[in-house]
Design a protein around this ligand. Sequence first.
Ligand SMILES: NC(=O)c1ccc[n+]([C@@H]2O[C@H](COP(=O)([O-])OP(=O)(O)OC[C@H]3O[C@@H](n4cnc5c(N)ncnc54)[C@H](OP(=O)(O)O)[C@@H]3O)[C@@H](O)[C@H]2O)c1
Length: 318
Amino acid sequence: MKIGIVGATGEVGRMMLTCLLEQKIEIDELVLIASKKSAGTKVAFAGKMIEVEELTEAKMKDTFDYLLFSAGGAVSRKFSPIAEDAGNTVIDNSSAFRQDPRIPLVIPEINGSVLDNYQGIIANPNCSTIQMLLPLYAIHKVNKIKKIVVSTYQSVSGSGHKGINSLLKANEESIYPRKIEHNVIPLIGSLLPSGYSEEEEKMRFETQKIFNDKEILVSATTVRVPVLYGHSESIYIELENSYDMEEIKQVLRQAESVRFLEEDYITPLELGDSDDSFVCRLREGVDDKSLTFWNVANNIRVGAATNAVRILKFLINR
Ligand SMILES: NC(=O)c1ccc[n+]([C@@H]2O[C@H](COP(=O)([O-])OP(=O)(O)OC[C@H]3O[C@@H](n4cnc5c(N)ncnc54)[C@H](OP(=O)(O)O)[C@@H]3O)[C@@H](O)[C@H]2O)c1
């Protein structure tokens, strides 16, 4: 199988390489692509050093079995359609196509079936949305969720290399609107006329698209915190019907790609290499139809690379 990674030198791109190995994807040819700046540098993969190539329109017209894009929205908007027109399947990690009604937005454990008979560009959801929806979908299947109120605590690696450098390298220019060291910034992306930020609107829109439910209400507050890796979320939900807590616990114990901690909690520093979305501190909300819990996951894995490679694996196995 021939696989190409656009953005192979980035935080997500490098993790995609790890996930391809971990998920035992059989690869005959791997093409690593990045900007001109990285062309000629070498990246290790499965005991070999692979030279990074510069992204060009001509390269996108080559034949690939799968092309994974993780180089930002502008790069995806320009180059993914060229690859698609050449007959390639593109799994795109940016927000470029998520709102396009023709493009499937996929978490394979939830709505992989939208890929039946589909060929073309596939969008990977936002990191905060993926880790939230993995446990919520398990509950939604047994008792419809009507409302979600979520506050996120998002690590700087969610903004890639530049986010990490903004926290670690005090003398480098920061990409954040306010100081991030020893601080908390309650704005991710631009502020929109609705009063919500771009990141908050993504969580609302993407939940409705992935659950195929325009009625589900979502109010998000997304916050950047001085954590390197791992996003945390405080999630409150209202259900259609009253519930039995033991049934909810059983659902979470069995949910795919979810780890339910019944007695303990987890912090971002303790996530390690886990590909699961963690649920802890589960408790009743304000009444017998509401629930609240704490959710933590590795944003580079669960929120990006792992989901992209799970989509790829889903396509191979279908
Ligand atoms: N970090 C997360 O938690 C996360 C989660 C979900 C989605 N995403 C999305 O994933 C994408 C990448 O994020 P990241 O965190 O990996 O960012 P990053 O660490 O900044 O890496 C960006 C990658 O894109 C490449 N790139 C940038 N401009 C390019 C151009 N003009 N042509 C070709 N390659 C170019 C870079 O290559 P050079 O090294 O050559 O500059 C690098 O490989 C973004 O769309 C982001 O929104 C990130």
